[in-house]
Design a protein around this ligand. Sequence first.
Ligand SMILES: [Fe+2]
Length: 267
Amino acid sequence: MKKEAKKASKYVAREPNEEGFIEYSDIEHQTWQRLIERQLDVLPGRACDEYMHGLELLDLPTDRIPQLEEVSSVLRRETGWEVARVPALIGFETFFGLLADRKFPVATFIRTPEEFDYLQEPDIFHEIFGHCAMLTNPAFANFTHKYGQLGLKASPKERAYLARLYWFTVEFGLLNTADGLRIYGGGILSSPKETLYALSNQPERFDFDPVTALRTPYRIDIVQPIYYVLNSLQQLQELTEIDLMAKVQEAIDMGLFEPRFPPKDAA
Ligand SMILES: [Fe+2]
């Protein structure tokens, strides 16, 4: 998820050259390689089957940052999605508008080696490796599309609630499977630390319920104290078929839960 920036990003998204090709430095390609190899080591048995299947379809390069069209051509074929190049930070309006158009925003920069383990701004590794494999799954793809459509029409207050639903599904969602607990959220799948932590006995995990997720506060700069668990990705499809804005209104009427974490300034 990208939000309007309180301060400017230190990163600048790369522009394509005249042939539409985006060039990156050797160090940037190496960063991608180190990130993807590390994640590919930890994801088997932890990421859900649908994600692993999506990765196979994408067939991402491990030794260089992929060009966006390589990813788009697979997504277009599978679910009618594509990725769209955006600046490092975009506003809600742009974000929701792209999703409503089945375009997943990708800022074409990669983290510096100094921020190898963690950065708050979503870079191309997070967006492509974290999210695009799941976008080959129809239920996930349809839910993300619906989220964009609803967000585009929503008021600022409704958007703040909708953002929590996105957070606890697309970014930090877990899935119960016959083989055990698995991950489908891109915020977890692009972080080796959180991949291990999310499935450990440290965090609290609850069955997913849309109103509960809408009412749960979160912080973007810590590992999550709470995760919500789907029993099937079909639940995401079902969210596209109900009156989700009525659920948002219900959540607004009931208000937010108490945070399970200290306020940012006191942390
Ligand atoms: Fe994300």
